[in-house]
Design a protein around this ligand. Structure first.
Ligand code: HEM
Length: 215
């Protein structure tokens, strides 16, 4: 549990994400969006027109790997901080079992902690995917590192880079939709706070931990 979150304010709202989490999360999201669109422009001539959004092909090509390093640099310390709240538990298997019912709002009660199994799966998938993107990206980085790797290896790493980017796009797409679907969730990441009802409904075990079971 971090110092600047997981406590109740005098007005009854619960602080779910502290300042550090919110600032870093949105920097990660913006960096991801830049990487995704500039990556598409680099991937296929069909999307090259997107480079006009980023100062043209040459400039965008220079920025893309720098943003990749920035993403890893921002993400890993943030992920490290969130690791305990994302530890897998027996309750999570139940959540997965009932996930369709949850999405259809049929199951009223899941004894989930701060993050549910869907969020944890997103978290644990991003940990290796960003590492794969980082390492494969380094092998392709012109003019600095690419020359140190044989062309045959770079053919494999560029394929892996594209596959990892695609998986990340799907993962973040689901994450984005889940955030939009769960009313009150975007507010949690923008303002930092949630209502007691929101916490009780979506994350009851976390709610009990904060209130000490009194509410
Ligand atoms: C692109 C737009 C994005 C939106 C709209 C968005 C939205 C959100 C929201 C609303 C939450 C809070 C959920 C809650 O309090 O229960 C959240 C949490 C989180 N987001 Fe995002 N996000 C975006 C991109 C990203 C990206 C690119 C990453 C990382 C690669 C990311 C990683 C996380 C993590 C790790 C959490 C905490 C959940 C956990 O640890 O399981 N997000 N996001």
């Amino acid at each position: 549990m971090n110092r600047d979150e997981d406590f109740i304010l005098p007005d009854g709202k619960i602080v779910r994400h502290g300042n550090y989490e919110r600032i870093v999360h949105w920097l990660v999201a913006i960096t991801f969006l830049f990487l995704f669109f500039s990556g598409l422009a680099l991937f296929s001539p069909f999307f090259f027109w997107l480079s006009a959004l980023f100062g043209g092909g040459q400039f965008m090509r220079m920025l893309h790997p720098i943003a990749g390093v920035l993403l890893a640099w921002l993400f890993y310390p943030y992920a490290w901080r969130l690791r305990k709240d994302n530890a897998w538990s027996a309750v999570d298997a139940k959540w997965v079992e009932h996930s369709v019912a949850y999405m259809e709002k049929r199951v009223e009660f899941h004894d989930t902690g701060k993050y549910n199994a869907g969020q944890k799966m997103m978290y644990w998938s991003m940990v290796p995917i960003i590492a794969v993107l980082f390492v494969t990206g380094i092998t392709m980085w012109q003019p600095w590192f690419a020359g140190s790797f044989p062309a045959s290896l770079r053919r494999v790493t560029s394929l892996l880079h594209a596959v990892a980017a695609f998986v990340m796009f799907i993962g973040i797409g689901i994450h984005w939709y889940a955030a939009y679907w769960t009313r009150g969730s975007i507010r949690a990441m923008v303002r930092g706070t949630v209502t007691k009802n929101w916490a009780r409904y979506h994350h009851p075990a976390w709610f009990r931990q904060i209130t000490g079971g009194k509410d």
